[in-house]
Design a protein. Structure first.
Length: 546
């Protein structure tokens, strides 16, 4: 089958499914702590470098922009994947070598570098897949970003299933697997991930097919997580469920084949029509195209309203926004409105999951319940990433609603989620974690799409990765300076533990206020870009009428 934007999407999906290793730190953190003789503070320091590496993707954006703007435009993205693969292998291989004693125990700063390198690879994979997807499906940016970010969100759960099936109870072997598996998959598939400017049809139907597969896999993983936390599955059951997961992951290939066949048939029909028009155009013209002045005026009215005078100003406004680089974008108010909103949303959301175990312990949740909440977070995260992209596309195309409006709605909902967690009533974590998890995931889908639209795709990889640094910045502020500080003040146990609603009530009321502050910034961004999105919808309407 020839390479196409559909095969590029499948390759990107499979790479996304393998590169979320930063979400599985808990699998091997204990063996890392034991073999390197770390205390908890040192282990947390290493973990911080993991979070920074997984979110500081400015270098990947710069590399993507440089290679895709060169003469080798269609061949450029594979370079970014290759750079990510090299980092992934080196980082995890050196960590594994340290754990098993293949190399002398490295000093802590060097281990932090290994961890940063391993996690930093994720930004190279993610940048290439997201930006290439946006360029291949420019009219459905929210949907394609939701698909890519959604599969990244559940990749942690997928990798844990691989671990449970192939090397459960052997975390050091899992580290070696993280060095080999994502590297191998990305190197094999990276040449399929290319930019295809010439496309036929809008592709919405088949994008919905990818979305359906993503939802099915998420539901399947959710059921597996619950079953594994309640029952001990025998080996044959784990093998069977893993094989079924592989079949589900392979199903996007069938969608790509069907979509490519339809595109091929459509191209043949267009070629046939063009041939007939050429034959007809060779015949003598005996009458003008328009039989009357009224017909001519009507034709020009259509052109002026959508593709003529009115559209020229639309195109000029949009083209002006499509050439902003990082420094130019940082001089705009819109950039800082988006950045502050992401500090409030991403930062408070990440701080919530980072402290989920301690919150559950303080409120008297059983260990099984806490494990369920932590495991299911990846599912809520996926639903937010996928759902926000899909819904924002629907609202933009059918209602003309600007995407920042949906961002504002999700931040308002996150405010409510933080308040529910703060109150500490029975079952509050179930409801609160669902709301915060979905809204946190939605920011990862909406932010890149909004960035591509108001700043353009050309330097989008650099700009959205710069804005993404809001996540670790916000996480540090809220986790260390707010939650950690207040928790230590409230702790009464000899081992520094805290019990009762007072342990986190003040912290989450502060984070609720912060999320509401982010809501106000998102509302401001909505009003500033409302006219812009009206022009964007008008241009897309013009293209659809051509």
């Amino acid at each position: 089958m020839p390479s196409s934007r559909w095969m590029a999407t499948v390759a990107s999906i499979w790479i996304q499914c393998s590169c979320g290793s930063s979400y599985t730190f808990g699998i091997y953190s204990s063996v890392l702590k034991l073999t390197q003789s770390y205390d908890q503070s040192t282990l947390d320091t290493v973990s911080v470098f993991k979070d920074v590496g997984a979110n500081a993707g400015v270098l990947s954006g710069l590399l993507y922009s440089s290679v895709t703007l060169s003469n080798a435009r269609l061949r450029g993205p594979w370079v970014v994947h290759a750079a990510g693969a090299i980092q992934c292998f080196l980082g995890y291989f050196l960590i594994w070598a340290s754990v098993v004693g293949l190399i002398p125990r490295p000093p802590v700063p060097l281990m932090c570098l290994f961890m940063f390198l391993a996690a930093h690879a994720q930004t190279f994979f993610n940048t290439t897949n997201v930006v290439s997807g946006l360029e291949n499906f420019p009219d459905y940016g929210g949907t394609i970003v939701g698909i890519m970010k959604g599969f990244l969100g559940i990749s942690g759960a997928i990798l844990i299933q691989v671990y449970d099936t192939l090397c459960k109870g052997k975390p050091s072997t899992y580290i070696l697997m993280l060095a080999l598996l994502p590297t191998f998959i990305s190197l094999v598939l990276m040449f399929f991930v290319r930019i295809y400017k010439a496309t036929t049809g809008d592709g919405k139907k088949h994008l919905n097919g990818y979305s359906s597969v993503a939802l099915i896999i998420a539901v399947y993983l959710m059921v597996l997580i619950i079953l594994e936390n309640v029952f001990t599955l025998p080996f044959w059951a784990r093998i069977s469920t893993f094989i079924l997961l592989l079949f589900l992951l392979a199903s996007p290939l069938g969608i790509a084949i069907k979509a490519q066949e339809e595109d091929t048939r459509r191209l043949r029909q267009i070629d046939s029509i063009d041939s007939n028009l050429l034959i007809e155009s060779a015949e003598p013209i005996t009458s003008p195209k328009f039989s009357s002045a009224e017909d001519s005026i009507e034709y020009h009215e259509i052109q002026g309203g959508v593709g003529g005078v009115g559209a020229s100003s639309v195109d000029k406004t949009l083209v002006d926004a499509e050439h902003l680089n990082l420094l130019q974008a940082m001089r705009t108010v819109n950039f800082w409105l988006l950045f502050v909103a992401m500090i409030c949303g991403m930062g408070s959301g990440l701080a919530t999951i980072n402290n989920m175990s301690q919150i559950g312990e303080s409120l008297g949740y059983r260990t099984v319940e806490i494990n369920n909440l932590v495991s299911l977070w990846s599912i809520w995260n996926f639903l937010g990433r996928f759902g926000a992209g899909y819904v924002s596309d629907y609202l933009l195309h059918t209602r003309g609603w600007a995407r920042p409006l949906l961002m504002a709605i999700t931040l308002a909902t996150m405010t409510a989620g933080h308040v529910l967690i703060a109150f500490g009533f029975p079952g509050n974590l179930y409801v609160g974690s669902i709301l915060v998890g979905i809204c946190y995931g939605s920011q990862w889908s909406l932010m890149p799409t909004i960035t591509s639209e108001i700043f353009g795709v050309r330097h989008m990889g650099t700009i959205f990765n710069t804005i993404a640094t809001a996540s670790p910045v916000g996480s540090y502020i809220f986790s260390v300076r707010v939650i950690g500080y207040i928790y230590d003040k409230e702790a009464s146990g000899e081992d520094g533990t805290c019990y009762g609603t007072g342990c986190f009530m003040s912290s989450f009321m502060i984070m609720a206020s912060v999320a509401f502050f982010g809501f106000l910034f998102a509302v401001a961004l909505f009003f500033r870009t409302k006219r812009f999105y009206q022009l964007l919808v008008l241009r897309r309407l013009k293209h659809s009428l051509k």
